[in-house]
Write a protein that binds this ligand. Structure first.
Ligand code: ADP
Ligand code: MG
Length: 310
């Protein structure tokens, strides 16, 4: 079975802005988005995420490489490729004088969805906007507009939904509603791609995550594997007397004095365990009053990978 999205050696160089130097936003990017997955494209601002999404959307011309959506090459079968994907752009763009229901009807018309197959009200209900169906778009809040964009991306029932930074400007409660909807679409078989620079978001939602930095893919793995890669663990130890100089031991990667009696010790969990670390502190003559550990999360992996890649 072909991938939902397949990207091969994709590069993009923007011409210089106002006589400035050209900017290479994508540099030989290749990856597949498995059908049925929720796939996270994670990277800091300026990494090239929107450029990649906009190439899929047909809004930006690639410099080289190829991409296909649901098996359709974006150059050879642009109509089929376009019909297979719904894209929610990072920027909110609406005609302020149309109502949500009109916005969806117009979009359905653009995609050639027959009247009998349109489901504008059902879509508005799904994104909790049914009571705004007939309000002007300009009267909607930022979060409402974002949800209307998601509904708009789904009018032609594409098998792939792409959301570019969907939670920017969306408050926590609405964010949860948005994720509930995205999960229900995924449960119904829709492949979802989302870009974000929020690690927790990718970690919570995505089955698989690709990390992009300076236009290059630096990781592409199941979320659990990526998180498991963070080998460093941190333990904060409170001892029973003031520390003049932090103890030294070969099993510590790093030790930092965080207060008169609190030591923060970084160790590598593939080399030693917490018991050995605490034993080393006790061997230095300290009694241990309190201990807390921090599990490695995606942030640790992300930071170490982006640091290593420069
Ligand atoms: P992200 O979405 O990951 O924040 P972008 O794809 O928006 O990253 O941008 C990647 C790089 O390309 C950035 O350095 C950005 O300044 C540059 N860039 C984006 N769009 C343009 C453009 N239209 N013209 C010139 N440079 C651009
Ligand atoms: Mg972006």
């Amino acid at each position: 079975m072909t991938a939902a999205i397949s990207i091969r050696d994709l590069s993009k160089t923007y011409a210089g802005v106002k006589g400035g130097p050209p900017k290479q936003a994508l540099d030989g990017v290749s990856f597949d988005v498995p059908r049925g997955s929720i796939f996270g494209l994670l990277g800091p601002n300026g990494a090239g995420k929107s450029t990649l999404i906009n190439i899929l959307a047909g809004l930006v011309n690639k410099t080289s490489g190829s991409a296909s959506i649901w098996g359709f090459d974006i150059d050879q079968h642009p109509r089929n490729a376009k019909a297979s994907i719904g894209i929610v752009n990072q920027e909110i763009l609406f005609d302020p004088f149309f109502t949500p229901v009109e916005t969806l009807e117009i979009q359905a018309g653009l995609y050639g969805v027959p009247k009998a197959q349109r489901r504008s009200l059902e879509l508005l209900r799904a994104v909790h906007l049914e009571d705004k169906a007939n309000a002007y778009a300009r009267t909607l809040s930022g979060g409402m507009k974002r949800r209307l964009m998601v509904a708009k991306a789904m009018v032609h029932s594409p098998p792939v939904l792409v959301l570019d930074e969907p939670t920017a400007g969306v408050d926590i409660e609405l964010r949860q509603q948005l994720w509930t909807y995205v999960r229900s679409l995924n449960d119904a078989g829709v492949t979802v791609v989302l870009t974000t620079h929020y690690l927790e978001e990718a970690e919570e939602l995505c089955d698989r995550i690709a990390i992009i930095n300076h236009g290059r893919v630096i990781a592409n793995e199941p979320t659990a594997d990526l998180v498991g890669k963070a080998q460093e663990k941190i333990v904060a130890v409170t001892v029973d007397r003031d520390v003049a100089a932090p103890p030294q031991n070969a099993c510590f990667e790093k030790i930092v004095l965080k207060g008169m009696r609190t030591l923060e010790i970084t160790y590598s969990k593939d080399r030693v365990n917490a018991g050995e670390v605490l034993g080393a502190v006790q061997a230095d003559g300290y009694g241990i009053v309190d201990v807390s550990t921090k599990e490695a999360d995606l942030e640790d992996v992300f930071l170490s990978l982006t640091r290593a890649a420069g």
